[in-house]
Design a protein around this ligand. Structure first.
Ligand code: SF4
Length: 292
């Protein structure tokens, strides 16, 4: 839940999730629609789907335990190298390091090198005797992340208070490296077309779209467009921006009152639905509910 999502956003979801699934077994016996419903509003829904599949695999194939080696952990859906290393350190105290943005920054500052020029796997391997002297590796991994977040911060690191400044080349150097800026994400334009049944307060949604995000989720008719021109025969409602995963969307929202809807669309209430609806669609509901 915490991937790409702030702690304060996650906490209420986490509590409800644990009430519903107090054990790995309970989660493994659930189904995708229930898990998605509990995840509704949290975004990045692939995480929820992968979590459910992983729970089923762990219960059925690993006697409800996390495998103990990196290769097997990385085979679980949704678990990449970073998460696998974090899990092995936190669960089994294994001598591994989860290299996130904070950890990369700490190492690159200690070496006073741009992080894009560092092979972190090699760095950890070469220095493993010193790095893994502790038998509290789980704490060490977490401490490294926290150190990057709280002391060796992206802007204005707290060097005078830092306990490792004597070994830090960035601190000692008169020629401090600067990080190469990452490329800006390009904004894409989309038109959204809402068919609205005014008398019943309903809007037509479909899973038939091919956006490369929110695939297989209910959305109104949506089309990518290269220009920002207004569309004939549809009423323009509003323009708004949205970010999904690492994509930035510039959206023109259109609507029409109609009892006829295109194939592969279904009516959904603007107020309450038992089925899972992504927050992207809910935001659109909120906007158009003002006109019904
Ligand atoms: S001395 Fe400054 S730059 Fe170096 S590790 Fe500490 S906080 Fe980071």
């Amino acid at each position: 839940m915490l991937q790409q999502t702030q702690v304060k956003t996650v906490i209420p979801y986490f509590k409800v999730f644990l009430r519903n699934f107090p054990t790995l077994q309970a989660l493994s016996l659930s189904n995708e629609s229930k898990v998605l419903k509990l995840w509704e509003g949290l975004g990045y829904y692939r995480r929820a789907k992968n979590l459910l599949i992983t729970a089923k695999i762990l219960v059925n194939e690993y006697n409800s335990k996390l495998p103990k080696n990196l290769i097997d952990v990385k085979k679980l859906p949704g678990i990449g190298k970073y998460t696998a290393n974090a899990l092995l350190a936190f669960t089994y105290n294994h001598p591994t390091i989860a290299v996130d943005g904070n950890v990369k920054r700490v190492f690159s500052r200690i070496l006073n090198k741009n992080e894009n020029t560092i092979d972190f796997d090699k760095l950890i391997k070469v220095n493993k005797i010193n790095l893994f002297k502790t038998n509290r590796n789980s704490d060490f991994v977490e401490a490294l992340m926290e150190f990057g977040a709280l002391i060796c911060k992206p802007k204005k690191p707290l060097c005078p208070a830092c306990s490792i400044k004597s070994m830090c080349k960035y601190f000692k150097s008169n020629k401090k490296f600067t990080q190469i800026k990452t490329l800006k994400v390009k904004v894409k334009n989309y038109n959204i077309f809402c068919y609205i049944d005014k008398s019943k307060n309903k809007v037509a949604l479909t899973k038939k779209h091919n956006l490369g995000f929110l695939d297989k989720f209910y959305l109104p008719l949506i089309k990518e467009t290269l220009d920002n021109k207004k569309i004939k025969n549809w009423k323009f409602h509003s323009n708004f921006k949205n970010s999904i995963s690492n994509k930035k969307l510039n959206i023109n929202l259109y609507y029409k009152f109609s009892l006829k809807i295109p194939p592969q669309h279904r009516w959904f209430s603007l107020k309450k639905n038992n089925e899972f609806i992504p927050s992207f669609t809910k935001k659109i509901f909120k906007q158009i509910s003002k006109i019904t």
